[in-house]
Each structure stands twice: as structure tokens, then as C-alpha cells.
Design a binder for this molecule. Sequence first.
Ligand code: ZN
Length: 404
Amino acid sequence: MTRPGHFVLLALLGATMPALAQTAPPDPPITIDTHVDIPFTYMREARFDVGKDTSLKVDLGKMERGGLNAAFFVIWVPQHKLDAAGYAKAVRQAETKYEAIGRMLMRYPDRIRLATSPAQALANHKAGLLSAMIGIENAYSLGHDLHRLDAAYDRGARYVGLVHVGDNDLCTSSQPDTEHGEPAMNSADDHGMTDFGRKVVARANALGMMVDISHASDACARDVLAASKAPIIASHSGARAVLDNPRNLPDDLLRAVAANGGVVQAVAYKEFLKKDPARAAAEEKLQAEVARQAGDKEYDSDKHDYLPAMAAGMAKIEQKYPLATVAEYVRQIRHIADVAGVDHVGIASDFDGGGGITGWKDASETRNLTAALRRAGFSDTDIAKIWGGNLLRVWREVERDAQH
Ligand SMILES: [Zn+2]
């Protein structure tokens, strides 16, 4: 039997305790993701209209619901030959992506605005708006013409990633095309940065554009560190000591980026967090199958990644070979913080470019990552730095050092 007084107390507890337990911890002052990819038909095809619910990992609704306040949308182009036709194609492909970001900004000015400075990103957030920043991934798309870096700056690009998969006209890659004779990373023939690469770094410094060493070879990263007059970033790279992958940075480079005042934005990309060759093989098989069903010879991520057959196949693969978890990701953040210092680590998803893990599968789950950082023992002050404070500091210093 329950006495009435007891009942009242229980009712009170029942009314107040869950409410207390459910009080969410505070959001960081601003959350910035430094690497989000976009398909070539972004904002052109209805399925990639980010004002609606999409199957993209980042759309405006997912950012708003998940508390992801700002993202660098990336002008990525694949590496082709270093000849006139290759450069012309890369310039055109980059143009498509700038236009796509422009369409997003024009269509949804009440939800997302361009930020070309840290002050603008913070002002947008204060006004309840998302921020879109622009980063270049693979400066091959400059078409070997330094003037295009100025044009990119004028269009809002605020970081320039020198290279992607395969060496280019700026520097050697962490994933050179060895099948076509490019030297292996760290071999005697790995030449690092070229003269054009040096000119791009110098011009980026002068413009106030951050230089990004993600995808660069170790030799190129060291050359950039020696050449840059301003702090640099790795827009999406992990820690090689935790997971041995050429795309992750070794401890000596983590320390060198810290000494330079820069920041390493740890990336939530499965293969850089967990070795799983069986999953990789299963994904490759599925990609070939889906491409064949669509009547294509080769798999094309833009065309095939968002088809129902791909989603169904990936769900089956996920059951059998689960993705890396947010805890594994936080382990890398912890390592970078331990080696480089908590002032030199940040966050990048690589969403819609292969990124996404269990617990942070898309932008709508952003608060899960904040909670995981808290569980791992990071203070709210540290979390504020990791989620954007560090990146904004670097960006401000790069702006301050500019000479234009
Ligand atoms: Zn990348």
C-alpha cells in the first residue's frame, strides 16, 4: 500500500527527475565541419536539393536538427593527366561545383549564408543561420594558372588543398598512382612540392587563404610547413600511429603542424579509423554490381551511390561488417590532442565523400559526437576548441597575415 504522502513525493520525482536527466548538455559555441563533399549535380537534380529531405548525409534540415552550424563545402575534382585537356576539364568541373554552392545560397538565404571570414561564420550562427564556407580539394583545378587562385578567393574559397589521389602539378600525393609509374610515398624519387606548388602556397598566404595538407605526401606536407608564412591546416586527416594508413599523419607531422600553429581536423572516414579488408572487398563488389545493373561499365560514386540498390546492398554489408564507431574516431582525436595539443585538433566528416561512421552517420547525429567527446573526458572548453575554436583561430591568423 502506498501512503498518499509517499505517492505525492513519487509523483513529484516522476515529474522532475526525468526532466533533469533529459536536460541536454550545452551545445558548443559553434560547430564547424571542415570537409563536406557535393555531387556534380548538386542543387540541379531534385534528389540533391538540400532544402528538402535528401539521402545526402548533409542537407540543411540535417544540419539544423543535428546542430551542425557550419561546413566547408568542397570543390573537389578527380586527378586526370597534366595536359591542356586535363586542366581544361578540371577547371570546368570546379566551375560546376562553385555554381552548385551558389544555387544553394541563392535558393535558401533564410537558412544558410556564405561565410568568408570567421566573423561572418559567427555572425551567421548568432543570427540563427547555417554557414557555408568553401574549400578547394585538389588544386589541379586551378588549371596550372595562379590567377585562378585569386578568382577562387574572390568566389569565397578559404582553403586550398594541394592534391588528391595521384601526384599533380603542385606536389606528390599520399596515394600516388604507382601503377602508372608515380614514385611511392617516401621513396627516393618522392619530390614533394613543385615550384608551382610553392607559388600557390605563397599566393594563398598573401590572399589569406588557408593551405591544406590533407592528401599530400609526407614530403609535400613538410615542404608546405617550411614554405608557409601562416599556420596551415589538414582539413581531413587522421593519426597514423593509431591506424596505419598513408592518408593519416605520422606523429612527427602532427607535432610539426602544432609548432606551425595550425590544426589537424581528424576525419570520420571508415578506412582511416579501422582496417576492414573484407568490408572493402564487399563494397567494391557491390559497386561493380550496381554499376552493371545501371548499364555502366564503371562505378561512378555520383551516379550510383544514391540508387536504392546501393542503399540496400550497403545495409547488408553494414550488418556483416559494421563501420568504425564514434568511439574509435574519438580515440584518434584524443591521440592528436595528446601528441599535438588540444589547441591543434578539430573535426571533419568527409560526408558525401565516403565519410560517416556508426554514431555520426550524417549531420543529423552531430550531437552524438559532442556527447562522445564529453564521455571521453574532454571538458566543455576543450570541446569548444575542437568543434571550431581552433579552426577559427587559425583562420583569423591566416587572415591577419594576408597582404592584399
Ligand atoms: Zn578527401
